[in-house]
Design a protein around this ligand. Structure first.
Ligand SMILES: [Zn+2]
Ligand SMILES: [Zn+2]
Length: 188
C-alpha cells in the first residue's frame, strides 16, 4: 500500500500511473482487522497526487448480538488527494493553507502510503452493528445463553430483564397491583 511517486511528481499535471494494491492486513481497532487490496490510478495534480480507485476488503469482526466471529466483505471507491510536503527540486517544505491541514500527505521521500486512508474508509463503510445473520436472536441478557442454539429458562418479560435482578426477591413480597411501580421507584 506504499508507492514511490517521486518520478510521477516530476511529470506534468495530469500524468497518471496505475497501481495494483496487493492484499494486506490492516489493524482497525483492537481485535478488529481487515484484509484489503484493489486497483488505483494516481494522477499528478498541482499540489501532489490524486488517488482514485476501487478497494475490496474483508473485515474480521464480531456479531453485535451474539459475539460470534463474523467476516464482512466491503467494496468502496477511494478518492483522495495527497499533498506534497517537500518540493521535489529544492527539498524545501511546501507552504500549506488552512484547507490543506486535514488532507493526507506524501511523506518526505515522496512515498504515497494508502494504509491510513483505506483504514479510515473501511471504518466509515462498516455497519454500526454488524450481525452474523439478520435473524440472530443474540445472547440472553440474564444468563448469557446463545439463543440461536437453545432457549434458556429466564423470563422474557421485558420489565424483568430491565430491572436489577437483586430486586426480584423484594418484588415477590409485594402485592401484585403495586409491584411494577414500587420496584421501578426503588431501582432509580
Ligand atoms: Zn449473531
Ligand atoms: Zn437466560
Amino acid at each position: 500500500m506504499q508507492f514511490d511517486v517521486a518520478q510521477l511528481l516530476r511529470e506534468p499535471i495530469g500524468s497518471e500511473r496505475a497501481y495494483t494494491i496487493p492484499s494486506e492486513i490492516l489493524a482497525l481497532e483492537p481485535e478488529q482487522t481487515a484484509q484489503a487490496g484493489g486497483e488505483v490510478r494516481v494522477t499528478r495534480t498541482d499540489k501532489g497526487v490524486w488517488v482514485h480507485g476501487s478497494i475490496d476488503a474483508i473485515v474480521a469482526t464480531q456479531c453485535s448480538r451474539c459475539l460470534k466471529n463474523v467476516t464482512e466483505r466491503l467494496s468502496f471507491d477511494l478518492d483522495e488527494e495527497y499533498l506534497q510536503r517537500l518540493d521535489l527540486v529544492s527539498g524545501a517544505p511546501v507552504s500549506e493553507d488552512d484547507t490543506d491541514l486535514d488532507s493526507f500527505k506524501l511523506d518526505d521521500r515522496h512515498t504515497l502510503d494508502l494504509r491510513e486512508a483505506i483504514r479510515q474508509y473501511i471504518i466509515a463503510s462498516q455497519p454500526m452493528s454488524p450481525v452474523c445473520k439478520a435473524t440472530c436472536t443474540g445472547l440472553c441478557p440474564q444468563c448469557g445463553t446463545d439463543l440461536n442454539r437453545r432457549q434458556c429458562s429466564c423470563s422474557r418479560e421485558q420489565t424483568d430483564s430491565q430491572l436489577d435482578p437483586r430486586w426480584s426477591a423484594l418484588r415477590e413480597l409485594m402485592p401484585k397491583n403495586q409491584k411494577t411501580n414500587q420496584v421501578q421507584r426503588q431501582v432509580r
